[in-house]
Design a protein around this ligand. Structure first.
Ligand SMILES: [Zn+2]
Length: 418
Protein backbone atom coordinates (compact mmCIF):
# COMPACT_ATOMS: atom_id res chain seq x y z
CA UNK A 1 0.00 0.00 0.00
CA UNK A 2 2.75 2.44 0.94
CA UNK A 3 4.51 1.76 -2.35
CA UNK A 4 1.32 2.48 -4.26
CA UNK A 5 0.70 5.66 -2.28
CA UNK A 6 4.23 6.90 -2.93
CA UNK A 7 3.84 6.03 -6.58
CA UNK A 8 0.53 7.83 -7.04
CA UNK A 9 0.66 10.67 -4.54
CA UNK A 10 4.14 11.57 -3.31
CA UNK A 11 4.10 14.79 -1.26
CA UNK A 12 7.27 16.64 -0.45
CA UNK A 13 7.77 17.13 3.25
CA UNK A 14 5.34 14.34 4.22
CA UNK A 15 5.68 10.59 4.66
CA UNK A 16 3.16 7.75 4.71
CA UNK A 17 3.84 6.34 8.15
CA UNK A 18 1.40 3.56 8.78
CA UNK A 19 -1.29 1.91 6.69
CA UNK A 20 -3.78 -0.44 8.31
CA UNK A 21 -7.23 -1.87 7.88
CA UNK A 22 -9.74 -0.81 10.51
CA UNK A 23 -13.46 -1.10 11.04
CA UNK A 24 -15.84 -4.04 11.32
CA UNK A 25 -15.58 -7.10 9.10
CA UNK A 26 -18.40 -6.15 6.77
CA UNK A 27 -17.23 -2.56 6.26
CA UNK A 28 -13.44 -2.36 6.39
CA UNK A 29 -11.63 0.92 5.83
CA UNK A 30 -8.02 1.59 5.03
CA UNK A 31 -6.45 4.14 7.32
CA UNK A 32 -3.40 5.94 5.96
CA UNK A 33 -1.49 7.85 8.62
CA UNK A 34 0.52 10.72 7.25
CA UNK A 35 3.27 12.48 9.17
CA UNK A 36 5.54 15.40 8.46
CA UNK A 37 9.00 14.56 7.19
CA UNK A 38 11.61 14.86 9.91
CA UNK A 39 13.63 17.42 7.97
CA UNK A 40 10.63 19.12 6.38
CA UNK A 41 9.48 22.60 7.21
CA UNK A 42 5.76 23.49 7.18
CA UNK A 43 4.52 26.14 4.75
CA UNK A 44 2.00 28.91 5.30
CA UNK A 45 -1.34 27.98 3.73
CA UNK A 46 -1.80 31.51 2.41
CA UNK A 47 1.59 32.31 0.86
CA UNK A 48 3.13 28.78 0.77
CA UNK A 49 6.44 30.06 2.16
CA UNK A 50 8.21 27.91 4.78
CA UNK A 51 7.59 29.23 8.28
CA UNK A 52 8.46 28.19 11.82
CA UNK A 53 5.97 25.82 13.41
CA UNK A 54 3.60 27.10 16.11
CA UNK A 55 1.58 24.15 17.42
CA UNK A 56 -0.26 21.03 16.25
CA UNK A 57 -4.02 20.71 15.83
CA UNK A 58 -6.14 17.63 16.55
CA UNK A 59 -6.30 14.79 14.05
CA UNK A 60 -8.33 15.27 10.87
CA UNK A 61 -9.32 12.79 8.19
CA UNK A 62 -9.88 13.05 4.45
CA UNK A 63 -11.59 10.53 2.18
CA UNK A 64 -9.33 9.35 -0.61
CA UNK A 65 -10.03 7.35 -3.78
CA UNK A 66 -11.36 3.93 -2.71
CA UNK A 67 -9.25 0.87 -3.52
CA UNK A 68 -10.95 -2.41 -4.54
CA UNK A 69 -14.22 -1.05 -3.21
CA UNK A 70 -12.65 -0.34 0.18
CA UNK A 71 -12.81 3.21 1.53
CA UNK A 72 -9.46 4.89 2.12
CA UNK A 73 -8.93 7.70 4.64
CA UNK A 74 -5.95 9.96 5.14
CA UNK A 75 -5.31 10.77 8.80
CA UNK A 76 -3.10 13.69 9.76
CA UNK A 77 -2.58 16.23 12.52
CA UNK A 78 -2.19 19.61 10.82
CA UNK A 79 0.38 21.96 12.23
CA UNK A 80 -0.07 25.68 12.64
CA UNK A 81 2.72 27.99 11.56
CA UNK A 82 3.70 31.50 12.43
CA UNK A 83 3.98 33.37 9.15
CA UNK A 84 5.67 36.79 9.30
CA UNK A 85 2.96 38.14 6.98
CA UNK A 86 -0.20 36.16 7.84
CA UNK A 87 0.33 35.45 11.52
CA UNK A 88 -0.63 32.11 13.06
CA UNK A 89 -2.34 30.02 10.36
CA UNK A 90 -2.79 26.37 9.44
CA UNK A 91 0.01 24.93 7.33
CA UNK A 92 -0.37 24.19 3.63
CA UNK A 93 -1.65 20.62 3.18
CA UNK A 94 -0.90 19.56 -0.42
CA UNK A 95 -3.51 16.78 -0.77
CA UNK A 96 -6.50 18.94 0.04
CA UNK A 97 -7.89 22.44 -0.19
CA UNK A 98 -9.68 24.50 2.40
CA UNK A 99 -11.81 22.69 4.93
CA UNK A 100 -13.00 19.97 2.56
CA UNK A 101 -13.08 16.43 3.99
CA UNK A 102 -11.81 14.93 0.69
CA UNK A 103 -8.44 14.67 -0.94
CA UNK A 104 -8.09 16.61 -4.20
CA UNK A 105 -7.53 13.30 -5.96
CA UNK A 106 -10.88 12.03 -4.63
CA UNK A 107 -12.69 15.20 -5.75
CA UNK A 108 -11.17 14.93 -9.22
CA UNK A 109 -12.08 11.24 -9.31
CA UNK A 110 -15.72 11.91 -8.43
CA UNK A 111 -15.94 14.91 -10.76
CA UNK A 112 -14.68 12.95 -13.76
CA UNK A 113 -17.05 10.08 -13.08
CA UNK A 114 -19.89 12.58 -12.65
CA UNK A 115 -19.56 13.39 -16.34
CA UNK A 116 -20.13 9.78 -17.35
CA UNK A 117 -22.79 8.86 -14.79
CA UNK A 118 -25.50 10.88 -13.10
CA UNK A 119 -24.46 12.39 -9.80
CA UNK A 120 -26.70 10.03 -7.89
CA UNK A 121 -25.19 6.98 -9.58
CA UNK A 122 -21.66 8.28 -8.99
CA UNK A 123 -22.42 8.66 -5.30
CA UNK A 124 -23.86 5.16 -5.09
CA UNK A 125 -21.07 3.41 -7.00
CA UNK A 126 -18.29 4.98 -4.93
CA UNK A 127 -20.03 4.79 -1.58
CA UNK A 128 -20.38 8.50 -0.97
CA UNK A 129 -23.17 11.07 -0.85
CA UNK A 130 -24.84 13.15 -3.57
CA UNK A 131 -23.63 16.22 -1.72
CA UNK A 132 -20.04 14.96 -1.87
CA UNK A 133 -20.28 14.51 -5.63
CA UNK A 134 -21.85 17.95 -6.02
CA UNK A 135 -19.14 19.65 -3.93
CA UNK A 136 -16.42 17.83 -5.87
CA UNK A 137 -17.81 18.90 -9.23
CA UNK A 138 -18.24 22.42 -7.89
CA UNK A 139 -14.58 22.53 -6.85
CA UNK A 140 -13.54 21.20 -10.25
CA UNK A 141 -15.65 23.77 -12.09
CA UNK A 142 -14.46 26.67 -9.93
CA UNK A 143 -10.88 25.70 -10.63
CA UNK A 144 -11.62 25.41 -14.36
CA UNK A 145 -13.36 28.78 -14.56
CA UNK A 146 -10.55 30.49 -12.67
CA UNK A 147 -7.92 28.93 -14.95
CA UNK A 148 -9.56 29.01 -18.38
CA UNK A 149 -8.18 31.25 -21.08
CA UNK A 150 -10.71 33.13 -23.20
CA UNK A 151 -8.71 33.89 -26.29
CA UNK A 152 -9.74 34.08 -29.91
CA UNK A 153 -13.48 34.13 -29.22
CA UNK A 154 -14.90 35.54 -32.47
CA UNK A 155 -18.48 34.31 -32.57
CA UNK A 156 -20.94 33.90 -29.73
CA UNK A 157 -24.50 32.68 -29.58
CA UNK A 158 -26.86 33.99 -26.93
CA UNK A 159 -30.07 32.27 -26.00
CA UNK A 160 -32.73 31.92 -23.34
CA UNK A 161 -33.51 28.45 -22.16
CA UNK A 162 -36.53 27.15 -20.32
CA UNK A 163 -35.22 24.84 -17.63
CA UNK A 164 -37.87 24.30 -14.96
CA UNK A 165 -41.66 24.01 -14.99
CA UNK A 166 -43.55 27.29 -15.12
CA UNK A 167 -43.37 30.32 -17.36
CA UNK A 168 -42.07 32.88 -14.91
CA UNK A 169 -38.76 34.64 -15.43
CA UNK A 170 -37.04 32.45 -12.84
CA UNK A 171 -37.75 29.36 -14.97
CA UNK A 172 -35.45 30.62 -17.71
CA UNK A 173 -31.70 30.81 -18.12
CA UNK A 174 -29.55 33.10 -20.17
CA UNK A 175 -26.68 31.28 -21.86
CA UNK A 176 -23.70 32.51 -23.85
CA UNK A 177 -21.97 30.03 -26.12
CA UNK A 178 -18.81 30.28 -28.11
CA UNK A 179 -19.78 29.10 -31.61
CA UNK A 180 -16.50 29.41 -33.51
CA UNK A 181 -15.94 26.53 -35.91
CA UNK A 182 -12.99 25.15 -33.93
CA UNK A 183 -14.44 25.64 -30.47
CA UNK A 184 -18.04 25.30 -29.39
CA UNK A 185 -18.62 25.54 -25.68
CA UNK A 186 -20.66 27.12 -22.94
CA UNK A 187 -19.02 30.35 -21.84
CA UNK A 188 -21.53 31.61 -19.33
CA UNK A 189 -24.89 30.74 -17.80
CA UNK A 190 -27.03 32.86 -15.48
CA UNK A 191 -30.56 32.96 -14.05
CA UNK A 192 -33.51 34.71 -15.78
CA UNK A 193 -33.56 36.26 -19.25
CA UNK A 194 -33.52 39.96 -18.62
CA UNK A 195 -31.26 42.75 -19.82
CA UNK A 196 -29.53 42.55 -16.45
CA UNK A 197 -28.80 38.83 -16.94
CA UNK A 198 -27.11 39.41 -20.27
CA UNK A 199 -25.22 42.44 -19.00
CA UNK A 200 -23.89 40.31 -16.15
CA UNK A 201 -22.84 37.62 -18.64
CA UNK A 202 -20.97 40.04 -20.88
CA UNK A 203 -19.29 41.54 -17.84
CA UNK A 204 -18.19 38.07 -16.74
CA UNK A 205 -16.55 37.48 -20.13
CA UNK A 206 -14.60 40.68 -19.69
CA UNK A 207 -14.17 43.74 -21.91
CA UNK A 208 -11.37 42.20 -24.02
CA UNK A 209 -13.53 39.27 -25.09
CA UNK A 210 -16.56 41.49 -25.79
CA UNK A 211 -14.61 44.02 -27.85
CA UNK A 212 -12.96 41.22 -29.85
CA UNK A 213 -16.25 39.71 -31.05
CA UNK A 214 -17.08 39.69 -34.76
CA UNK A 215 -20.41 37.82 -34.73
CA UNK A 216 -23.29 37.60 -32.31
CA UNK A 217 -26.09 35.21 -32.98
CA UNK A 218 -29.41 35.48 -31.11
CA UNK A 219 -33.12 34.93 -31.02
CA UNK A 220 -35.51 37.88 -31.42
CA UNK A 221 -35.80 38.27 -27.67
CA UNK A 222 -36.10 42.02 -27.19
CA UNK A 223 -34.11 42.57 -23.97
CA UNK A 224 -31.10 40.85 -25.56
CA UNK A 225 -31.32 42.84 -28.80
CA UNK A 226 -31.14 46.08 -26.88
CA UNK A 227 -28.15 45.08 -24.78
CA UNK A 228 -26.25 43.77 -27.81
CA UNK A 229 -26.85 46.92 -29.84
CA UNK A 230 -25.45 48.93 -26.96
CA UNK A 231 -22.54 46.81 -25.77
CA UNK A 232 -21.41 44.71 -28.75
CA UNK A 233 -22.07 47.30 -31.48
CA UNK A 234 -18.94 46.44 -33.47
CA UNK A 235 -20.00 42.83 -34.11
CA UNK A 236 -22.33 41.70 -36.86
CA UNK A 237 -25.57 40.78 -35.16
CA UNK A 238 -27.34 37.86 -36.81
CA UNK A 239 -30.71 36.36 -36.04
CA UNK A 240 -30.50 32.67 -35.71
CA UNK A 241 -32.08 30.65 -38.49
CA UNK A 242 -33.20 27.91 -36.18
CA UNK A 243 -35.14 30.37 -34.02
CA UNK A 244 -36.96 31.83 -37.01
CA UNK A 245 -37.96 28.38 -38.20
CA UNK A 246 -39.14 27.72 -34.66
CA UNK A 247 -41.37 30.82 -34.66
CA UNK A 248 -42.87 29.80 -38.00
CA UNK A 249 -43.50 26.28 -36.78
CA UNK A 250 -45.21 27.66 -33.70
CA UNK A 251 -47.47 29.78 -35.91
CA UNK A 252 -48.41 26.79 -38.10
CA UNK A 253 -49.19 24.82 -34.97
CA UNK A 254 -51.42 27.61 -33.64
CA UNK A 255 -53.37 27.68 -36.89
CA UNK A 256 -53.77 23.91 -36.76
CA UNK A 257 -54.97 23.88 -33.17
CA UNK A 258 -57.53 26.62 -33.71
CA UNK A 259 -58.80 24.98 -36.88
CA UNK A 260 -59.11 21.50 -35.47
CA UNK A 261 -61.10 22.91 -32.55
CA UNK A 262 -63.39 24.66 -35.04
CA UNK A 263 -63.82 21.55 -37.20
CA UNK A 264 -64.45 19.09 -34.40
CA UNK A 265 -67.03 16.61 -35.68
CA UNK A 266 -66.98 18.00 -39.26
CA UNK A 267 -65.82 15.72 -42.08
CA UNK A 268 -63.03 18.05 -43.20
CA UNK A 269 -61.55 17.72 -39.71
CA UNK A 270 -60.13 14.33 -40.73
CA UNK A 271 -57.33 16.07 -42.69
CA UNK A 272 -55.94 17.44 -39.42
CA UNK A 273 -55.84 14.20 -37.46
CA UNK A 274 -52.35 13.22 -36.22
CA UNK A 275 -50.73 15.87 -38.38
CA UNK A 276 -48.91 17.85 -35.69
CA UNK A 277 -45.37 16.49 -36.14
CA UNK A 278 -45.70 16.04 -39.87
CA UNK A 279 -46.47 19.74 -40.22
CA UNK A 280 -43.51 20.77 -38.08
CA UNK A 281 -40.84 18.82 -39.93
CA UNK A 282 -39.10 20.31 -42.89
CA UNK A 283 -41.30 19.47 -45.88
CA UNK A 284 -38.51 17.85 -47.87
CA UNK A 285 -38.01 15.39 -45.03
CA UNK A 286 -41.58 14.13 -44.94
CA UNK A 287 -41.82 10.95 -47.00
CA UNK A 288 -44.13 8.05 -47.74
CA UNK A 289 -47.66 7.94 -46.37
CA UNK A 290 -47.13 11.16 -44.40
CA UNK A 291 -46.27 12.94 -47.65
CA UNK A 292 -49.60 11.85 -49.12
CA UNK A 293 -51.45 13.10 -46.06
CA UNK A 294 -49.73 16.48 -46.33
CA UNK A 295 -50.68 16.74 -50.01
CA UNK A 296 -54.30 15.88 -49.18
CA UNK A 297 -54.29 18.58 -46.52
CA UNK A 298 -52.92 21.16 -48.96
CA UNK A 299 -55.53 20.16 -51.58
CA UNK A 300 -58.30 20.53 -48.97
CA UNK A 301 -57.66 24.31 -48.88
CA UNK A 302 -57.85 24.33 -45.09
CA UNK A 303 -56.12 27.19 -43.25
CA UNK A 304 -53.58 24.78 -41.81
CA UNK A 305 -52.56 23.72 -45.30
CA UNK A 306 -52.13 27.32 -46.37
CA UNK A 307 -50.07 28.13 -43.29
CA UNK A 308 -47.86 25.13 -44.01
CA UNK A 309 -47.29 26.24 -47.61
CA UNK A 310 -46.25 29.68 -46.38
CA UNK A 311 -43.81 28.18 -43.91
CA UNK A 312 -42.34 25.88 -46.56
CA UNK A 313 -41.99 28.74 -49.05
CA UNK A 314 -39.78 30.57 -46.59
CA UNK A 315 -37.11 27.82 -46.76
CA UNK A 316 -36.04 29.39 -50.03
CA UNK A 317 -34.95 32.54 -48.19
CA UNK A 318 -31.92 30.85 -46.68
CA UNK A 319 -30.58 29.77 -50.03
CA UNK A 320 -29.88 33.25 -51.36
CA UNK A 321 -26.32 34.49 -51.44
CA UNK A 322 -27.06 38.13 -52.15
CA UNK A 323 -28.70 40.17 -49.38
CA UNK A 324 -30.41 42.29 -52.06
CA UNK A 325 -32.33 39.37 -53.52
CA UNK A 326 -32.97 37.94 -50.09
CA UNK A 327 -34.52 41.26 -49.11
CA UNK A 328 -36.80 41.25 -52.16
CA UNK A 329 -37.89 37.71 -51.31
CA UNK A 330 -38.50 38.66 -47.69
CA UNK A 331 -40.76 41.54 -48.75
CA UNK A 332 -42.84 39.37 -51.07
CA UNK A 333 -43.14 36.63 -48.46
CA UNK A 334 -44.29 39.09 -45.81
CA UNK A 335 -46.88 40.57 -48.17
CA UNK A 336 -48.21 37.09 -48.90
CA UNK A 337 -48.36 36.28 -45.21
CA UNK A 338 -50.14 39.54 -44.40
CA UNK A 339 -52.81 38.73 -47.01
CA UNK A 340 -53.24 35.16 -45.80
CA UNK A 341 -55.84 36.09 -43.16
CA UNK A 342 -54.05 33.72 -40.80
CA UNK A 343 -53.37 35.76 -37.69
CA UNK A 344 -50.41 33.68 -36.36
CA UNK A 345 -48.65 33.88 -39.76
CA UNK A 346 -49.30 37.62 -39.93
CA UNK A 347 -47.72 37.94 -36.53
CA UNK A 348 -44.57 36.19 -37.79
CA UNK A 349 -44.48 38.45 -40.85
CA UNK A 350 -44.73 41.56 -38.67
CA UNK A 351 -41.92 40.25 -36.50
CA UNK A 352 -39.68 39.53 -39.50
CA UNK A 353 -40.35 43.00 -40.92
CA UNK A 354 -39.44 44.57 -37.62
CA UNK A 355 -36.10 42.75 -37.56
CA UNK A 356 -35.28 42.97 -41.26
CA UNK A 357 -31.73 44.39 -40.96
CA UNK A 358 -30.68 41.76 -38.44
CA UNK A 359 -32.29 39.07 -40.55
CA UNK A 360 -30.34 40.17 -43.62
CA UNK A 361 -27.09 40.17 -41.64
CA UNK A 362 -27.28 36.39 -42.02
CA UNK A 363 -26.22 36.84 -45.65
CA UNK A 364 -23.39 39.19 -44.72
CA UNK A 365 -22.04 36.53 -42.35
CA UNK A 366 -22.67 33.67 -44.74
CA UNK A 367 -20.16 30.90 -44.45
CA UNK A 368 -18.80 32.25 -41.19
CA UNK A 369 -21.60 31.06 -38.96
CA UNK A 370 -23.04 27.63 -38.60
CA UNK A 371 -26.80 27.75 -38.30
CA UNK A 372 -26.85 24.60 -36.20
CA UNK A 373 -24.33 25.58 -33.52
CA UNK A 374 -26.73 27.22 -31.07
CA UNK A 375 -29.38 24.57 -31.64
CA UNK A 376 -26.85 21.80 -31.03
CA UNK A 377 -25.64 23.32 -27.77
CA UNK A 378 -29.22 23.93 -26.63
CA UNK A 379 -29.95 20.26 -27.18
CA UNK A 380 -26.94 19.30 -25.10
CA UNK A 381 -28.15 21.57 -22.30
CA UNK A 382 -31.47 19.80 -22.41
CA UNK A 383 -29.76 16.43 -22.07
CA UNK A 384 -27.94 17.66 -18.97
CA UNK A 385 -30.96 19.33 -17.34
CA UNK A 386 -33.18 16.33 -18.00
CA UNK A 387 -30.73 13.62 -17.01
CA UNK A 388 -31.61 12.63 -13.50
CA UNK A 389 -29.02 14.60 -11.63
CA UNK A 390 -31.59 15.36 -8.98
CA UNK A 391 -30.81 19.06 -9.04
CA UNK A 392 -32.18 20.64 -5.94
CA UNK A 393 -30.98 24.12 -6.64
CA UNK A 394 -30.19 26.43 -9.50
CA UNK A 395 -26.55 26.43 -8.43
CA UNK A 396 -26.24 22.65 -8.80
CA UNK A 397 -27.58 22.84 -12.33
CA UNK A 398 -25.30 25.70 -13.24
CA UNK A 399 -22.31 23.69 -11.99
CA UNK A 400 -23.40 20.66 -14.03
CA UNK A 401 -23.73 22.75 -17.20
CA UNK A 402 -20.25 24.22 -16.90
CA UNK A 403 -18.91 20.77 -16.06
CA UNK A 404 -20.42 19.11 -19.14
CA UNK A 405 -20.38 21.87 -21.75
CA UNK A 406 -17.71 24.34 -20.67
CA UNK A 407 -14.63 22.44 -21.95
CA UNK A 408 -12.91 23.72 -18.82
CA UNK A 409 -9.27 22.97 -18.03
CA UNK A 410 -8.81 20.42 -15.23
CA UNK A 411 -6.59 20.60 -12.17
CA UNK A 412 -3.46 18.58 -12.88
CA UNK A 413 -2.79 15.54 -10.77
CA UNK A 414 0.39 13.42 -10.48
CA UNK A 415 -1.65 10.32 -11.18
CA UNK A 416 -4.79 9.72 -13.26
CA UNK A 417 -7.17 7.84 -11.01
CA UNK A 418 -9.82 7.42 -13.69
ZN1 LIG B 1 2.00 33.53 4.77
Amino acid sequence: MKTLLNLTQPFRGFVYRCVRVVGPEGAPRVEVRVEPHAQGCPGCSRCLLPCPGYDTLPERSWSHVPLWGIAVDYIYRPRRVECPVHGVVVEHIPWTEGKRPFTKAMMGFLARWARRLSWRETARVFGTSWEAVYRSVEWYVEWGLANRILEGVKAIGIDEIHWSPGKRGANFLTVIYQIDAGCRRLLWVGPKRTQASLRRGLKALGPEVVSGLSFVCTDMWKPFLQVIAKQVGQALHVLDRFHIVMHQNKAVDEVRRAESARLRGATSGQYLKKMRWKLLRRGSRVRGRARGQLQALVASKLSTGRAWILKEAFQHFWEYTSPVWAKAFLHSWCTRAMRSQLEPMKKVARMLRRHEPLLLNWFRAKGELSSGAVEGLNNKIRVVTRRSYGFRTYRAMEVALYHNLGHLPEPECAHEFC
